[in-house]
Structures are given as structure tokens and as C-alpha cells.
Design a protein around this ligand. Structure first.
Ligand code: ATP
Length: 235
């Protein structure tokens, strides 16, 4: 569904992505993990049209999308949940959710989709009319994912969903990712930690210093020890 080939990007003279290739097939949940500064967010920004690549190709659902505008890419069904969630604190949960529907034309279907999203994230139903600023970090992460779902993505990319969350809350967020994937949503998830990915992943890429240093599939992943080795530089 998504195929990135030999992608390169720089900030001025600093090369951040140095020839990355990866793919995500329909209904997969793929993790891209790596330490701070590895280039993971830059890669997602390029795929979303927010940063221009200096080389390489990106095909999504059969179309070449490198250098298309963020809006065009989003309308094609590739939706990013950015790092930091970008929730509007003074707006209510309901209003934040409605923001996810603004690119849609099928008004009649929106109410049913909001109900479906609230079934996956019951806490958002409880807090539906509260200002989002009063939500905890984990609840805000769920709101960001729920809002992205309402854009009807074919592939959702999530930048560090566990960032700043307590372990129990991360479990909840991961449970919602599992449910989303079980319902057929294709996911590309970025994380800094190798923890928790082995149970869920269809495939995992480890990125370090702008390059993919390891690619494992569910079949080759085993207990995940190769991930830790690659992450810390022993591979
Ligand atoms: P993190 O997990 O901390 O977000 P990351 O793996 O997502 O890290 P990137 O944010 O993509 O890494 O950063 C890759 C490299 O590009 C780093 O060396 C970073 O300092 C640099 N970089 C990122 N954004 C910019 C920017 N706007 N201007 C200049 N350099 C940048």
C-alpha cells in the first residue's frame, strides 16, 4: 500500500534521511523504531508532504506522492497523527473530533462514524463536552487518534503515541492500536523504544542515523532481541 524507496532528506547541510526504503502492506501494523534524532519524524513528515525530499520515491495505493501537497496526500487517505498530538485545548472533545471531519463530503455518515470512534474510546464519550485541556496525556493521545480516524484514512501514521505517558496508560493506547488494526486499519507507528512492539507488529524497521539498520517481519522477529541489538548498535 505504501512503498518508500531510497528516500533522502536534509535540513540545510544536515542530512537527516539517507536513502531509506520501507513498505507497509494493507492491514499491517508496522513499527519504525529508533533513538532520538534517527530521522523518524522527518520520514513521516516527508510522506505526509510536510517536508520536501531531496531524492527517492514514495508510492501510495499505486500513485506517486512524493512532492504532493499535504492536503492532496491527506485526501488520498494517508493521515498523520503528529508527535505532541496537536489537540486544541480550549475546544471540547466533540469540537476536536469534528475537526477531523472537515475534509469529508459524506456529512450523513459522520454521526455514525463518531459513534463508532466513541465505542473504541469510551473515555471520549464521558468527556465529550469537556475542554480537551482537561484530558490526561493518554486521553489526549486517544483523542488525536480518534480525530485521525474520522478523516477515514486508508493508512494512519502515528508519531510516538507513547511519548510522555505512564506505562499503564501506554498499555491502554496500545490496546486501542490493537483494536484499530483488528478492525482492518493499516498503521505505521513510530516509537523510540523497542518495548511493546513484538506482540503487535506485522513488521519492524529499526532506524539509526538516517538509515534503516534492521528489518524484521512477524515471522523473523522471534523474541525481539535482534531489535535491541540493532537499536544499540551491535547488529
Ligand atoms: P525524535 O524521536 O527525537 O523526534 P527522530 O528520529 O524523529 O527523533 P528527526 O526529528 O527526524 O529524528 O531528526 C533527524 C535529524 O534532523 C536530527 O539530527 C535533527 O536534529 C535534525 N532536524 C530535525 N528537524 C530539524 C529542523 N527543523 N531543522 C534542522 N534540523 C532538524
Amino acid at each position: 500500500m505504501l512503498k518508500v524507496q531510497d528516500l533522502k532528506a536534509a535540513y540545510g547541510r544536515v542530512s537527516a534521511v539517507k536513502g531509506v526504503s520501507l513498505e507497509v502492506a494493507e492491514k499491517e501494523i508496522v513499527f519504525l523504531i529508533g533513538p532520538n534524532g534517527a530521522g523518524k519524524s522527518t520520514l513521516l513528515k516527508i510522506v505526509s508532504g510536510l517536508h520536501r525530499p531531496s531524492g527517492g520515491t514514495i508510492s501510495f495505493a499505486g500513485a506517486e506522492i512524493a512532492n504532493q501537497t499535504p492536503e492532496t496526500i491527506c485526501r488520498r487517505g494517508l493521515v498523520l497523527v503528529p508527535e505532541g498530538r496537536h489537540i486544541f485545548g480550549t475546544l471540547t472533545v466533540a469540537e476536536n473530533l469534528f475537526l477531523g471531519t472537515t475534509i469529508r463530503n459524506d456529512r450523513a455518515q459522520i454521526r455514525a462514524d463518531i459513534d463508532e470512534v466513541l465505542a473504541i474510546f469510551p473515555i471520549l464519550r464521558e468527556r465529550y463536552n469537556s475542554a480537551a485541556v482537561y484530558l490526561s496525556g493518554g486521553e489526549q493521545q486517544q483523542l488525536a487518534i480518534a480525530r485521525a480516524m474520522l478523516q477515514k484514512p486508508r493508512l494512519m501514521m502515528i508519531d510516538e503515541p507513547s511519548l510522555g505517558l505512564a506505562p499503564l496508560v501506554i498499555d491502554q493506547v496500545y490496546e486501542s492500536l490493537r483494536q484499530l488494526n483488528a478492525k482492518g486499519m493499516t498503521l505505521l507507528v513510530i516509537e523510540q523504544s523497542t518495548a511493546r512492539v513484538t506482540d503487535l507488529a506485522s513488521r519492524v524497521y529499526v532506524m539509526r542515523n538516517g538509515k534503516i539498520v534492521l528489518h524484521e517481519t512477524k515471522a523473523s522477529l522471534g523474541d525481539g532481541s535482534s531489535l535491541t541489538d540493532a537499536y544499540f548498535g551491535d547488529a
